[in-house]
Ligand binder design. Structure first.
Ligand SMILES: C[S@@+](CC[C@H](N)C(=O)[O-])C[C@H]1O[C@@H](n2cnc3c(N)ncnc32)[C@H](O)[C@@H]1O
Length: 278
């Protein structure tokens, strides 16, 4: 039986395989990001959203409005949409997902069509928003990690113009990575080793023997390493929001799940900030 919340359940294995097909067809992002994201999530390499949902919910609850217009700015798959659906339930917000890559949007369209869920998708760059459409809540789930910190200010100013009066920006971002126990090992190579082993021990183990897949994962992991080189601290994130005219209402910083291979461990943390226009 479908419960009110059950409609937001995902099928991670289907999403991983379909995401790989759609990624090959449409994704030109660095590191084959959308081709591999679903497989890494289904295998348990990326578990952030699941473990973080109660915290995200506690930060979002006080700011839920009836008939809310919610925009998810950047989404690799239906995960954030489903988390928002559960958090808002039984309320049904009008959700728009924006991404500059067509691959995740196609996956979200297929997912919502199968489930009979309403969700609008827009294939555009967040920097191209002109403020003509307003949202009660804008959710960035690690999208800033995909941009140089020096352009975060421009992103937040652009999004501030798209917030309805009294609306809130929920911004989750990674705020620091280090490698423990590894002599001269970089975050990318630790990530590759951990992902490769975890995939081989998962229901998606059949993907791993292909040399094309291994090559794609090497590139993906190298990009993960590069992105982690220039993360802001949580203080810098709040300061950039403030300089963009956004006042922090709530903030939580937590360590991420540790990923270890042969004594080498990736250490990083997440910050989630809820902010509104001054
Ligand atoms: C880190 S991923 C989101 C992963 C997220 N944790 C999830 O569960 O879906 C960030 C997404 O933002 C998108 N993105 C990055 N920069 C963007 C931009 N300037 N405009 C629109 N989308 C963007 C990427 O294509 C990617 O799908």
């Amino acid at each position: 039986m479908k419960t009110a919340q059950g409609i937001w359940n995902e099928d991670l294995i289907w999403q991983a395989r379909r995401g790989l097909e759609l990624g090959r067809a449409f994704c030109r992002c660095e590191g084959h990001y959308h081709s591999l994201w679903g497989a890494l999530r289904a295998a348990g390499v990326s578990t952030g959203l699941k473990s973080e949902e109660p915290l995200l919910a506690s930060l979002i609850y006080p700011f839920i409005r009836d008939n809310a217009r919610v925009m998810i700015g950047g989404s690799a798959d239906p995960g954030v949409l489903c988390a928002v659906g559960r958090i808002y339930s039984p309320s049904r917000p009008r959700i728009t997902v924006i991404d500059k890559c067509r691959a995740p949007l196609e996956l979200i369209r297929e997912f919502t069509a199968i489930k009979g869920l309403a969700c609008r998708t827009l294939n555009l760059d967040l920097f191209d928003l002109d403020g003509s459409e307003q949202w009660d809540q804008i959710i960035l789930h690690y999208t800033p990690d995909f941009m140089e910190p020096k352009i975060h200010g421009r992103l937040f100013r652009t999004l501030a113009r798209s917030l309805a009066s009294g609306g809130t920006l929920v911004c989750a971002a990674m705020t620091g990575t280090s490698v423990a126990g590894g002599y001269q090992q970089d975050a990318g190579s630790v990530f590759f080793d951990y992902s490769w082993r975890t995939l081989q021990d998962s229901p998606l183990a059949d993907l791993a023997p292909s040399s094309e897949f291994e090559q794609m994962l090497q590139t993906y992991a190298a990009n993960v390493g590069l992105r982690r080189l220039s993360l802001p601290t949580s203080k810098e994130l709040r300061e950039t929001l403030s300089a963009a005219g956004l006042r922090t209402l709530r903030e939580a910083t937590t360590p991420r799940k540790q990923r270890s291979v042969e004594g080498v461990t990736l250490l990083d943390s997440n910050s989630i900030v809820v902010a509104s226009r001054d």
